[in-house]
Design a protein around this ligand. Structure first.
Ligand code: ATP
Ligand code: MG
Length: 392
């Protein structure tokens, strides 16, 4: 094959004794992510994943796009392998990168030689290949300080590889090395971003969504499933637990003081999410909460809602500005869907004057009338499981 990908490992290389396990997981993840695009071989050597198409039927462009969304990879290069021989390397550079080089005004060559048996060291190799390029394209100047284009030559164990500038990878840790998390996924901008941030740390995700039909429409549910599907581009396939929340919201509306509606509703969300999380082997809950954004996201309100569960609640957006969150939502491709105008169940019974500095005692008192156990059991029975994946 005359084109393949090199994925460079990120933080994994720092992981000492666990490194082997991390690398194996990454290799499995890459192989799974390449599968929809044809038959690829995937190997790991020297902190690099080698991804090589096995025949002409492979969809290289599709596979290349997917490489940018694999956690645990810091940079990705699309390259041409060739023999470890000066003539072969130069020929590969001209054939593979010639068009890019002819469009640039200046260039340099940067080489790496991890196969120390290669007769030239990396500086000599760069000089030799650089000299030949300059001769072949006279209009192109050598500029080692600020080149418009950089040619990379890597002489590794099995072959030499030539490529242009690398793209950034998805970063983070390989999916699956950090356990499982239950994301409370609403239809808004924040929660998909929160899920992405936790997934990036090597965590597999599952989602729970609270759905109040007929106060919220089927379209709102479809929107949440679409958001989950978009997230799977990075996090892999997921299950979304759609919990029927109508009875709980009506019970709160009919029995509790209005200023506590949101706080009590959020208590139920946490308690139900914790139950589902435990049943599905998830070690934490994840929300898109953000300090000071709305009345239920003050320190006091979060203390009250958090106090009813034992699992840790991770809130990766807690200290971010909306703009920063939106930038990530755009990057991961969830923004457009998040801003579709369907109601979330939070907005259905919003109090006119929500309590912003509640105490636990006040909230306990405000919901004393409710049969928590019965309401939670019935909501759990009224839960639909939907599996989502990016392809198909
Ligand atoms: P988002 O943009 O994620 O909806 P938000 O700023 O609108 O967040 P809230 O509506 O107060 O904030 O919700 C805070 C968090 O609670 C959400 O980020 C999400 O994790 C969770 N949440 C809210 N509504 C739901 C829901 N219907 N189902 C599941 N989780 C929800
Ligand atoms: Mg919301």
């Amino acid at each position: 094959m005359n084109e393949m990908f090199l994925l460079k490992l990120g933080e994994i290389v720092l992981k000492g004794g666990n490194r082997f396990q991390f690398e194996n997981r990454l290799k499995t993840n890459v192989a799974r992510r390449m599968r929809p695009f044809g038959d690829f071989s995937v190997r790991i050597m020297q902190s690099t994943v080698y991804v090589e198409p096995q025949n002409e039927l492979c969809d290289l462009d599709g596979a290349w796009d997917a490489c940018h969304t694999i956690f645990g990879v810091v940079s990705v290069c699309r390259c041409r392998p060739c023999e470890k021989d000066l003539d072969a390397i130069f020929a590969a550079v001209m054939a593979y990168l010639g068009d890019d080089l002819r469009m640039a005004r200046s260039f340099k060559v940067e080489s790496r030689r991890s196969d120390k048996r290669f007769p030239l060291n990396s500086i000599q190799l760069s000089q030799e290949i650089g000299g030949r390029i300059a001769e072949a394209i006279p209009a192109l100047a050598v500029d080692v300080h600020h080149p418009e284009y950089t040619v990379y030559v890597e002489v590794r164990d099995r072959a030499a590889y030539v490529h242009g500038p690398a793209d950034p990878g998805a970063g983070g840790l390989p999916t699956g090395v950090g356990g499982r998390a239950m994301v409370l996924l609403s239809g808004g901008i924040d929660s998909p971003v929160a899920g992405y941030m936790i997934a990036k740390r090597g965590v597999e995700l599952e989602c729970v969504h609270f759905f109040s039909y007929p106060y919220t429409s089927e379209l709102a549910k479809d929107k949440v499933l679409e958001l989950a599907r978009l997230m799977t581009r990075f996090c892999g396939r997921m299950t979304v637990n759609i919990v029927g929340f109508t009875e709980i919201q009506e019970a709160i509306r009919d029995n509790c003081p209005e200023e506590y509606f949101t706080l009590i509703m959020r208590r139920f969300m946490m308690m139900i999410s914790e139950r589902i999380a435990r049943d599905h082997g998830c070690g934490c809950l994840v929300t898109g909460e953000n300090l000071g954004q709305v009345a239920s996201q003050t320190m006091e309100a979060m203390a009250v809602t958090g106090a009813c569960v034992e699992l840790p609640i991770f809130q990766p957006l807690i200290g971010m500005d909306k703009e920063e969150i939106v930038t990530i939502a755009r990057k991961i491709g969830t923004m457009e869907t998040s801003i579709l105008p369907y109601e979330d169940c939070c907005t259905v019974f919003t109090p006119r004057h929500p309590k912003t500095k509640p105490t636990k005692g006040q909230v306990d008192h405000a919901c004393a009338m409710l049969d928590f156990d019965g309401l939670i059991e019935r909501a759990l029975q009224n839960t639909e499981l939907v599996k989502v994946r990016y392809h198909g």
